[in-house]
Ligand binder design. Sequence first.
Ligand code: NAP
Length: 516
Amino acid sequence: MITLRSYVGGEWVEGQGTLETLVNPATEEPLARAGSAGLDRAAALDHTRRVGGPALRALTFAERGACLKAACDVLQAKREELIDLAVANGGNTRGDAKFDIDGATFTLASYATLGQSLGARRVLVDGEGVQLGRTPRFHGQHVLVPRHGVAVHVNAFNFPAWGLAEKAAVALLAGLPVLTKPATSSAMVAARMIELWVEQHIFPTGALALLLGGAGDLLRHVGPQDVVAFTGSSDTGQLIRALPEVVRHSVRVNVEADSLNAAVLGPDVEPGSDTWDMFVRDVLRDMTQKAGQKCTAIRRVLAPAPLAERLRDELVERLAAIVVGNPAHEGVRMGPLATAQQRDDVRAGIDQLARDGRLVHGSASLAPVGAPAGKGFFVGPVLIEVEPGAAAPSVHAREVFGPVATIVPYTAGAAEAIEIVARGQGGLVSSLYSDDSEFVSELVLGLAPYHGRLFLGSARIAEQSPGPGTVLPQLVHGGPGRAGGGEELGGLRGLHFYMQRTALEGARPVIDKIVG
Ligand code: NAP
C-alpha cells in the first residue's frame, strides 16, 4: 500500500505515527495511507509565505495565467489516470469522475485566459478614479494588490480535483501562494495532481504546498496577511471562524458550507413539455450524480400541488431504473458514498426527513451490483414527499448529503414558493423552471437575497444548460446564511478575496504611473 506524502517546505514529507487508511468506498479495499502527525505546519506556512509569495508576486498576471494554462495541460494529459483514481478512491462513476476532473481543468483554463487578458500588470485597478480637489491634479484611485501572506485552502471530500483547482487557480492568479489541504478520505486525486505539477515545475518554488492528513494545529499559525478558504460542513466552518488566531489577526475567512438547494416548478409548466423534461432531468441528475454528494444538488423539489403526483410518479419510475453498485462495474449509474461515516449520517438523515412526510422511493434492501457482499458504503436513491402546507421542519433544516430529495407541494403561487424556499435560511443555488416571465421575475426578486446563484430553467436554454448543479468559473459560487456566507469564483471578482483593496490619494500623474 502506498503512503501519500505532503509537499511542504519544497520537499515531500511523510507523516509520522498512526496513518489514516484511504479505501475504495465500493469494496472497502485499502488503497493508501496518509497522515500529518509530526509535520511542522508553522514552518510549512512560513516557507509558502516567504519563498512562494515573492516568487509569485514577481510574475505579471499574464505570466501567472501561463502557469495555470500549463497546470491545465498537465491534468488533461493525465486525465485517464486521474479518472481511474477518482473511481477507485472516490466511489465515482466515470461520469462523476469526469465531472470533477474536467471541472478542474475548465476552471484552470478560464483563469489562465483571464490572466492573459489582464496582461503584463501586477496591480488591479478597481473602478474609476475620482477628482478630489479643485483641479484634476488631486486624484483618488482604488487599487488591488496581492496580500503578503499565504492562502490556506481546506477542501471537502466530494470534489478532490475541482475543489483544489477552483480555489488554487484564483489565489495563484491573484499572486498569493497556496497551502492546500484536501479532505483525507478522498485525497488520492489531489495528491496526484500536486505531484504532477511539482514534477513538471509548473509553479514557482514555494507557491503551492500540500498538506495531507488532518489539519492539526495548521490554522493556529495564520497571520494578518493570510486568508483561509474553507469548504465543508457548517460545524467545521464555525469552528474555523472562531479560532482565536483568526479572530486576533482579522484573518479573512471564506466559508462554503451546507445548502438546502431548491428547484421550483412553475404552475405554467405542462407535463411532457421541454421545460418539464428539463426539470425532471435536472432533479434526477442532482440526486444521482456523485451519489448526491454535491453541495449544489437539489434537495427540495417544489411543485404546484396539482402537478405533484404526476411528478412524483415520473421521478419514482426513473429512479427505479438507476443501477447502484461498484462504479468499476459496467452499467453502474450510481456509486457508493465516500465513507462509512457519510453513509451512517445519510441513513440517519433519511430517517429524520421521513418523519416529516412519506418515503415514496428507496428501500433498505439494496443489492449493489459488482460489490463484494456486505461491503461498500452504499445508499440507494431516496425520494420523500410531504403534504401541502406541512411545516416539515427537518426538510428545511437538515442537509442530507446523499442521493436524497423531498417533494414539497405548494398551493398559493409565487409568494408561498418564496416563503418555503427561504426556510432553508440561505443557499448556494436554487433553480426556477418556468416559461412565464412574470412568475420568474417575482421569484427572482423574492429569492435572490437568499442565494449566491439562481438558475432560470426554461425551454429556451434546455439544449445548452448543464443544470443548476454545475458551478461555473464565470459566476459566483457561495451563498448567505446556512451556505456559509462565502463567495468564490465569479471571474475577476474571485481575485479580490486574495488581494488588498487600497485607496491611493495623491497627484494624478504619480497615480497614473503606478496603475499603468
Ligand atoms: P468537514 O468534515 O467539515 O471536512 C471538510 C474539510 O475540513 C476536510 O478537509 C477536513 O479534513 C477539514 N477539517 C475537519 N476538521 C477540521 C478542523 N478542526 N480544522 C481544520 N480543518 C478541518 O466536511 P465534509 O464532510 O468533508 O464535507 C461535506 C460538507 O461539505 C457538506 O455539508 C457539503 O454541503 C459541504 N460542501 C460545500 C461545498 C460548497 O462549495 N459550499 C462544496 C462541497 C461540500 P479531514 O478530511 O482530514 O478531516
